[in-house]
Design a protein around this ligand. Structure first.
Ligand SMILES: Nc1ncnc2c1ncn2[C@@H]1O[C@H](COP(=O)(O)OP(=O)(O)O)[C@@H](O)[C@H]1O
Ligand SMILES: [Mg+2]
Length: 236
């Protein structure tokens, strides 16, 4: 198992955001977590990335507990987070934002090659490389946030609602790039989405998270066919 969450509990004060979540991700899988607003999706990704402390339970990375590590230590293990709302650095250029994604790496000599690879993967970032992050469109910022995470050479990419607030055409482009990254690098992906249709088309498996609890898990194909999923998440 690459990632294994065991009975994870997280709270903000007395608000229980995660009420004992168990899930796993195998190498090279694409796994999606679906859930409505407030379900606990962001908290779950932040707990994996070490940004919110779990109150109970374990986060196992290749069998070792990592829930006590700092965010930088977790990132250095190969877990890259693309946060909700992109969180790029608006006052830095596209190129500077990308370089910041690589700040923990020891192999600084390979960064130039990786920058070139990002420019190929995201041609729009090539055109905009000297522009300030804050002047990019929402879709461009999302691409920058993904590229920045990839600059850290993650083996597991955590994505928090990459489609949020973006036009359907841009969302299609972003999902196409995710598919490409997965094919080229076998990067394992844990994708949080409200756009269930898109997420289930990309993913191998999925989990439904509601009120901080996993309600259902199955293959993506079965979830697409599931009546409850269709009613609640696919507007069917
Ligand atoms: N910083 C915070 N302080 C207090 N409550 C929070 C905070 N962040 C999230 N919550 C609460 O935790 C629950 C889960 O939130 P979140 O993980 O953001 O859900 P999702 O990403 O699925 O919308 C919600 O009830 C939300 O209101
Ligand atoms: Mg969220």
């Amino acid at each position: 198992m690459m990632l294994d969450l065991r009975n994870l509990v997280s709270a903000y004060g007395n608000i229980l955001a995660l009420q004992g979540v168990s899930l796993h991700v195998k190498p090279s899988e694409i796994v999606t977590i679906l859930g409505s607003n407030g379900a606990g999706k962001t908290t779950l990704l932040m707990a994996i990335a070490g940004l919110v402390p779990p109150h109970q339970g374990e986060v196992l990375w290749e069998g070792r507990p990592i829930q006590q590590l700092t965010p930088d230590q977790i990132k250095a293990l190969g877990i890259g987070l693309v946060p909700e709302g992109r969180r790029i650095f608006p006052e830095f250029t596209v190129l500077e934002n990308l370089r910041m994604g690589a700040y923990l790496r020891r192999d600084q000599e390979h960064i130039r090659e990786d920058l070139e690879r990002m420019m190929e993967l995201f041609p729009i970032l090539h055109q905009r490389q000297s522009q300030l992050g804050g002047t990019l469109s929402g879709g461009e910022q999302q691409m920058l946030a993904i590229a920045r995470a990839l600059m850290g050479h993650p083996r597991l990419l955590l994505l928090d609602e990459p489609s949020l607030g973006l036009a359907p055409m841009i969302v299609q482009q972003i999902f196409e790039i995710l598919r490409q990254i997965h094919q080229q690098q076998q990067t394992t992906i844990l994708l949080v989405e409200q756009n269930a249709h898109l997420a289930l088309q990309l993913a191998d498996r999925g989990y439904l998270l509601e009120n901080g609890k996993i309600q259902l898990t199955d293959t993506a194909a079965n979830l697409l066919d599931n009546e409850a999923v269709q009613r609640v998440y696919l507007g069917g």
